[in-house]
Design a protein around this ligand. Structure first.
Ligand SMILES: *Cc1c(COP(=O)(O)O)cnc(C)c1O
Length: 408
């Protein structure tokens, strides 16, 4: 008999979105007349922008010709894309194209990056949170079993609630690794420059590494909010940044993202020797990964051109308008909402005593609207509900029509 990695058995049994799908399906069977509007999904709905499509066509046609054919590419990604990224997003921030690693998406990179750290590392995550950070560390054996609230005993939780304006306080106990995601999924909160500088200062002082998930950077509309952690002086020694083309350019199906690993970010090796994380990540990628497809990297490159940026900005503006409508709709009911300004996510605070699955069922069964219960993102998400601006404009408007006069 082959023994399994028993840490997998510590993972929560029913994945949040599977449970939502089950309830939506059950509702559909009971009430086939009412079309369910899904405002819970974290997937985009707008088609790919024209410059991406034309870059794809061109790259496909190249593959039909002897001189244009590409086989295995560089594991780290083609230089044309790494250079375009640095030119477009990291100008003046001291990031080199060699620090950029192209991958199949931020979920993959965020899930895998912990591999280059010791199993004994202590991990801090915000609560509520994107599930990948916790689950990948559960699989690696860093989290231990969960308690009855689904809280893993071996992780440090940083509650993000209305009391702290959904911005986590510094941990009381020193973690080795800290996951931060801003603009935030699910709360839609952002960190100011001072907030983020406090985290960078803490990581420098305490010798921690920050995993900074900037998947929603393109949704920032307010001035002064940092788009990259490298805008904070000193971050280049303590932070790895993850970005994705999924929510910015509709690549949820195409798959492309990247990690920025400056050579100055280091961990501790035997005898406390400093080891650049970039060397380890390069070794990991060259061993386990053969690179993102050439045609996809050409498509990603197109989003960094002036025309591509114009097109993606227009799509994002549409999602932001949806988020604005959702905010307005729930505010009109007298509920307190946050997010939805620098993020596609609107975080609704439920009246005292209402739990988030109960509200989910009420909204689904009475109005045919599916959202996401806050508790699905962690214990501190209880009493909250997430809606996304990623639906179509027509669906979002219809949902807000149905919501009018809803008696909670
Ligand atoms: C959607 C999302 C990602 C990335 O998705 P990919 O499609 O894997 O690039 C990363 N982090 C958060 C918080 C997300 O919501």
């Amino acid at each position: 008999m082959s023994r399994i990695n028993a840490h997998y058995l510590d993972l929560p049994g029913s994945y949040l979105f599977a449970e939502i799908a089950r309830r939506v399906q059950e509702h559909g069977a009971r009430d086939p007349q009412k079309r369910v509007i899904r405002l819970g999904i974290g997937d985009v709905t707008a088609p790919l922008p024209p410059s991406v499509i034309s870059a794809l066509h061109q790259a496909v046609d190249e593959q039909a010709r002897q001189e244009g054919f590409r086989g295995y590419g560089p594991e780290q990604g083609y230089a044309f894309l790494r250079e375009a990224i640095v030119r477009d997003a990291y100008q003046g921030l001291g990031i080199d194209p060699d620090d950029v690693f192209i991958g199949d998406g931020a979920k993959e990179d965020l899930g895998n990056f912990q591999e280059i750290f010791d199993q004994g590392c202590l991990v801090a995550i915000t609560d509520p949170v994107y599930p990948v950070y916790a689950d990948s560390n559960v699989m690696a054996g860093r989290a231990g079993p969960a308690d009855s609230l689904g809280r893993f005993q071996g992780l440090i939780y940083l509650p993000c609630t209305a009391d702290n304006n959904f911005r986590p306080d510094l941990p009381r106990r020193r973690p080795d690794l800290i996951y931060l995601c801003y603009p935030n999924n699910p709360t839609g909160a952002v960190l100011s420059r001072d907030d983020l500088a406090r985290w960078v200062g803490y990581a420098r002082e305490q010798d921690c590494v920050i995993f900074y998930d900037a998947a929603y950077e393109a949704y920032i509309t307010e001035p002064g909010i940092p788009r990259s952690i490298y805008e904070i002086p000193g971050a280049r020694e303590v932070a790895v940044e993850f970005r994705s083309y999924s929510k910015t350019a509709g690549f949820t199906g195409l798959r492309c993202g990247f990690a920025v690993v400056p050579s100055s970010v280091r961990g501790r090796g035997p005898g406390n020797a400093l080891v650049p994380l970039r060397d380890l990540w390069l070794r990991r990628q060259t061993t386990k990964y053969n690179g993102c497809p050439y045609i996809i990297q050409r498509a990603a490159e197109a989003t960094h051109t002036p025309q591509g940026k114009k097109e993606t900005r227009a799509i994002i503006a549409g999602y932001q308008e949806n988020a604005r409508r959702i905010r307005e709709g729930f505010q009109t009911l007298g509920l307190t909402v946050s997010g939805g300004v620098n993020a596609p996510y609107v975080w609704v605070r439920l009246p005292t005593g209402l739990d988030s699955w109960g509200f989910f069922d009420a909204l689904l069964n009475r109005l045919g609207i599916a959202g996401t219960p806050g508790v699905g993102f962690g214990p501190s998400g209880e009493g909250h509900f997430r809606l996304t601006g990623f639906g179509t404009s027509a669906d979002t408007q219809e949902a807000m029509e149905r919501l009018k006069g809803f008696n909670i």
